[in-house]
Design a binder for this molecule. Structure first.
Ligand code: SF4
Length: 366
């Protein structure tokens, strides 16, 4: 663990509508918000005695925490009271563009939110209303960006690429608007399909044709070239930031720091054990009402596994992995000659080709 301060994640599992590609746990029934808040309070009481370090990041994710009313978020803040959260903590809230209003942003800032992650996904209505099936349109994005920039919040912008019908020009247009948006952080995710999702069914029926892997690889590399030209560093496979605008919370996952996850389906890691809450508000809340946790997963991590995980994760980060973590240095040297890695001091760092082939690198070197 490189940082003794853990991160704190709160999963707000509410989405009034379901995006066709999504595999996060969420429900549409907002009448369960009071049950969720009550159970959250119980979970905090249960966990507080075990998590005594000061949390220096808090991430309100989901689901869509932006659908919560400011009074719900004020309750969340009160409920987290027994946990020690640094007054300087990075506090991120995930927001859908259609939920952003001046009133909400003002309330979020008052509650201590100092970073937003805005789920823009695309600047094209044909993608938002088509394969991405989102609830917002470009007009909502423009309005949300104006409000967030006016509030002088630090913010991140999510883009999805590789959607059926997307041309090279479409992708470059999205990247250009992202660069001009005022966001200091840009995440670029390939459109993936969860098995059984509406999008997977559209692919299976032939209604939509998935984009070829070679085209996706090309878009991945083009994003690197374009965003670097405008001052964004790819610091993780899918994440770019201007200087200093990294997601400190997400870096905790990638550096294997400790984190506590609260809420249904949230994951925790205490350095030795990984745990996941049940992916059901009812099951999770019922267990807590009975004075216990509802865990779907408890995994003890062996020292060998820990090293392997650290190596896999570091090979996905620009900061790279220490040379001494890699047993097969011959293989690493060969991968460097093939253009996947570069040696910088005592570290192996991925090149753009290495980022693109991060899973291959992990397989070859662990
Ligand atoms: S808003 Fe996010 S969490 Fe909710 S359904 Fe869409 S992709 Fe999933």
């Amino acid at each position: 663990m490189s940082n003794p301060n853990p991160g704190l994640y709160v999963h707000a599992p509410f989405c009034p509508r379901r995006c066709p590609y999504c595999d996060f746990y969420s429900i549409g029934d907002l009448s369960k918000i009071p049950l969720w808040l009550e159970a959250l309070e119980r979970e905090v009481s249960h966990q507080a005695p075990y998590w005594t370090y000061v949390f220096d990041t808090l991430y309100l994710g989901g689901g869509s925490p932006s659908v919560l009313e400011p009074e719900h978020l004020a309750t969340v803040k009160d409920v987290l009271g027994p946990l020690k959260i640094s007054p300087k903590a990075e506090i991120t809230l995930e927001a859908n563009p259609e939920d952003v209003s001046e009133e909400k942003v003002t309330a979020w800032v008052k509650l201590g939110v100092n970073r937003l992650s805005l789920g823009v996904q695309s600047f094209q209505d044909k993608a938002l209303s088509g394969p991405l099936g989102r609830g917002h349109r470009v007009g909502d994005v423009i309005k949300a960006m104006e409000i967030v920039n006016k509030a002088k919040l630090s913010w991140s912008l999510d883009l999805i690429f590789g959607w059926p019908g997307q041309s090279d020009l479409d992708w470059l247009n999205d990247l250009e608007l992202a660069v001009d948006s005022g966001a200091g952080h840009i995440s670029t995710y390939v459109l993936t399909t969860a098995p059984g999702s509406a999008l997977a069914n559209s692919y299976a029926s032939g209604e939509l044709i998935p984009v070829a892997e070679a085209e996706i690889a090309d878009m991945f590399l083009k994003a690197g070239v374009y965003l670097r030209k405008y001052g964004f560093e790819r610091y993780e496979v899918s994440n770019f930031a201007r200087k200093g605008a990294y997601s400190h919370h997400n870096l905790k996952y990638w550096r294997r720091d400790n984190y506590l996850g609260l809420g249904p389906s949230a994951h925790s890691f205490d350095g030795a054990r990984r745990m996941a809450n049940a992916s059901s508000v009812d099951k999770w809340a019922e267990a807590l009402a009975q004075g216990r946790t509802a865990l779907d997963l408890i995994e003890d991590i062996t020292p060998e596994q820990a090293l392997m995980e650290s190596l896999m994760l570091r090979l996905r980060l620009a900061e790279g992995a220490p040379l001494k973590w890699i047993k097969d240095s011959e293989r690493a040297e060969q991968l460097a000659r093939d253009g996947y890695l570069t040696k910088v001091g005592a570290l192996w760092k991925p090149t753009e080709k290495g980022f693109l082939a991060a899973d291959y690198l992990a397989r070859e070197l662990t």
